[in-house]
Ligand binder design. Sequence first.
Ligand code: PLP
Length: 377
Amino acid sequence: MHITELPTPALLLELETLTRNLKRMQTKLHSLGTSLRPHIKTHKCVEVAKRQRDLGAQGITVSTYYEAEQFAASGFNDITWAFPLPPVYADRCVELAKKVTLRVVVDSVEATAVLKDACAKHGTQIHVWLKIDCGYHRAGVDPSSPQAENLVRLLSESDALRFDGILSHSGHAYHGTTRQDIVAVANQERTVMVEFAERMRKKGYPVPSISIGSTPSMSVIETLDGISEARPGNYCFYDRTMVELGVCKPSDCAVTVLASVISHQPGASHFVIDAGALALSKDQGPAVAGKEVAMGVVLNGYDTRSYDHTVTVRTLSQEHGKVTADQPSDLEGKYRVGDRIRILENHSCLTVAHFDAYNVVQGENVIDRWQILRGRA
Ligand code: PLP
């Protein structure tokens, strides 16, 4: 099928770009002596995860119990749910851990206790990571606090819990405005984690592994000494945010949204497309780092990743997207109703989660359709 025959809005995935991205990260981490446990929350797609595994990825990372369940059913048998365990899922996790190696994450005494009870109830064990706050200040225990050592002790002394080690996420790399900012965050994460592990080991606690990472930090880091595995996710597709952060080029972006122009009034300095918030998501992307607010960028034609700087995806309502220009003359003879445009989204992880399937493309041909597993348990 040719791309122009697709109903819109449609999610396009360029196979060649995806393959290049997967290989690049795998090669990089391998050369730094660290294994890759890709976060599949970005793609939620068995076909992409299989490609990651074929290239050498060791296990997968998921963000929801639903993803864990779905990927376990699709033959993935080493899964980290990198999310502070919601106690209500303890029983289900312990059950799933009987079928596959499921690794859960805690950062509290409360969740640890609930998990231990669930193991006792089901007569089994489960792998557990301790989440450390490496400077992002979202979840995770402060490594300098007494609570951190207390949790290491509780986890390593438990018979029911198999302590895997410590895990962090350098999400604050997204707040950087320059490549140097991201390098600083990446090095901070590695240092905080290695130093904490060393301190605990000196006190006699085994810390078997250290798991870190985000796409920006793993894209710029040059040494991973002391780190067992990294968990980037977004690197498979990248997006406008990553381009603006200087982490990749527009030509590295593997996912775009195909939309149709549905309204363009004579003399107007805007037109409307059929990709709104439920296609592109309301993620403001680079705006959080002080850049101009735009809900995505319009690309010049199907075969180019160059931006059309005369227009901006300005606002999104549920299904409408409003694209504006400085003046009506900028739009003259362009963007007529029925025209199709390709948009590079701000945040591929959130955009993908609004679609049921990828249209896998090679050039302008749709060569396959891959399902996106985006449900809830
Ligand atoms: N690990 C955790 C805990 C995360 O929350 C995320 C993303 O949010 C990742 C890893 C992957 O990071 P990225 O999306 O930058 O690749």
